[in-house]
Design a protein around this ligand. Structure first.
Ligand code: NAP
Length: 305
């Protein structure tokens, strides 16, 4: 009930989740994913989002202490671009705001997925993000893998952009532990962004690999779960409902508290275009689950032996 009391009096700050340092950039462990701002129901072709609401959500996030925003130039629908919304809402950017973006995947002007970028095309993708965000350098660029085995050439191209000062820090996304080993031979890595959540535990090995190396682990689809791009559309697990009831919070908040409980190096980036959901998600940073609740929730994703 403690959390609910806080929520009814004054919104909880993202600082309640504690902090982590990405290279030399300190962020609160509850951040924000911008993918949902362009229209949540049909991400690729885009059911148009309300522009004012999206901008208001971004500004509210920063007011609540969010200083880690995840985005990509390929997050766009017919009339909305996540990067443009971030620029319009938040520029001039505060010194403590870390904007993380992703390169690799490409979409054509109609929004259809194109062939992923070749190493020589990554500079163009970085520059596209710079233009859209209105910045001279990017704080953090993740190489979003597209199923390839060797990522050295791609990561080498990004390391050159880092050396040239266009990018401050690098990460990888949708990666396996062998990819992490490959890229660590080339340049420092501050984060791995992979799908992970109560019911998506394929990332356990990577979660541990990151903890051992002091690298942030940044899960996506932690609320959406199996709904993935479609969102939180599937029936929620009974165990999540039970823990939510015990704390007087929502299932989404339990899911976020669970991922934050997986290690001090875990950074949440819940995605929403709904200002009320944003406040709830930030408040989840103050929710502490008991060891027994963790065990109950762990049972959801445990593979049958
Ligand atoms: N690296 C990658 O390949 C990759 C892939 C996918 C996403 N991402 C990044 O990760 C971020 C998070 O992923 P995501 O946005 O797909 O999924 P998510 O955060 O797991 O869940 C978002 C979905 O849950 C709903 N939701 C959010 N907060 C809620 C709440 N408090 N109560 C009820 N429903 C809630 C959202 O709808 P409403 O808008 O209605 O709240 C949306 O449908 C993205 O925004 C993006 O920045 C990265």
């Amino acid at each position: 009930m403690e959390l609910m009391e806080q929520m009814t009096s004054q919104p909880v700050s993202a600082a309640a989740a504690g902090t982590w340092t990405l290279g030399d950039l300190t962020v609160n462990r509850i951040g924000f994913g911008a993918m949902r701002l362009t229209g949540s129901a049909a991400f690729h072709q885009g059911t148009r989002s309300d522009r004012g609401r999206a901008i208001g959500t971004l500004r509210r996030a920063v007011e609540l202490g969010v200083n880690h925003i995840d985005t990509a130039a390929f997050y766009f629908s017919r009339l909305r671009s996540a990067n443009e919304l971030i620029n319009s809402a938040l520029a001039p950017y505060g010194d403590d705001l870390v904007i993380a973006t992703k390169v690799g995947p490409a979409r054509d002007a109609d929004g259809e997925w194109d062939s992923p970028a070749r190493p020589g095309q990554l500079r163009g993708q970085v520059e596209e993000n710079l233009r859209q965000l209105g910045r001279d350098h990017l704080d953090l660029v993740n190489l979003r893998l597209m199923g390839q085995d060797s990522v050295s050439e791609h990561f080498g191209a990004l390391a050159e952009l880092r050396d040239a000062g266009l990018v401050r820090h690098l990460g990888i996304s949708a990666a396996r532990p062998e990819h992490l080993a490959q890229v660590l031979e080339i340049a420092p890595v501050v984060c791995v962004q992979n799908r992970y959540g109560i019911d998506a535990r394929e990332g356990d090995e990577m979660l541990r690999a990151c903890a051992e190396r002091g690298i942030a682990f940044v899960p996506f689809f932690s609320i959406a779960g199996e709904g993935r791009e479609a969102g939180a559309v599937r029936a929620e697990h009974d165990q999540v409902h039970a823990v939510a009831r015990a704390h007087g919070v929502s299932p989404a908040q339990v899911r976020l508290a669970w991922i934050l409980g997986q290690g001090a190096h875990v950074l949440a980036i819940p995605g929403t275009g709904d200002p009320d959901h944003l406040v709830d998600n930030v408040a989840a940073g103050a929710l502490r689950l008991t060891a027994e609740e963790h065990r109950l929730l762990d049972s959801i994703g445990r593979r049958p032996s």
